[in-house]
Design a protein around this ligand. Structure first.
Ligand SMILES: [Zn+2]
Length: 63
């Protein structure tokens, strides 16, 4: 099973080595909780996190 990592910059949860949203390679397996954003324009949470791309995002990302 592939460990899901979170992007330190935009919090996107991914199963790879590069973030598809911001192209960052600063990832961490140290994250907690997640939100599923389906429609960023209608989601208050997405606005709080500055999320513009639908997907799965970590609520808390460790350092
Ligand atoms: Zn990112």
């Amino acid at each position: 099973m592939v460990v899901e990592k979170a992007c330190k910059k935009c919090h996107r949860i991914i199963k790879g080595d590069i973030c598809p949203v911001c192209k960052s390679t600063e990832l961490t397996a140290n994250w907690k909780g997640y939100i599923l954003v389906i429609d960023p324009e209608k989601s208050e949470v997405a606005k709080n996190f500055n999320i513009t791309t639908p997907g799965k995002y970590a609520l808390r990302v460790g350092k």
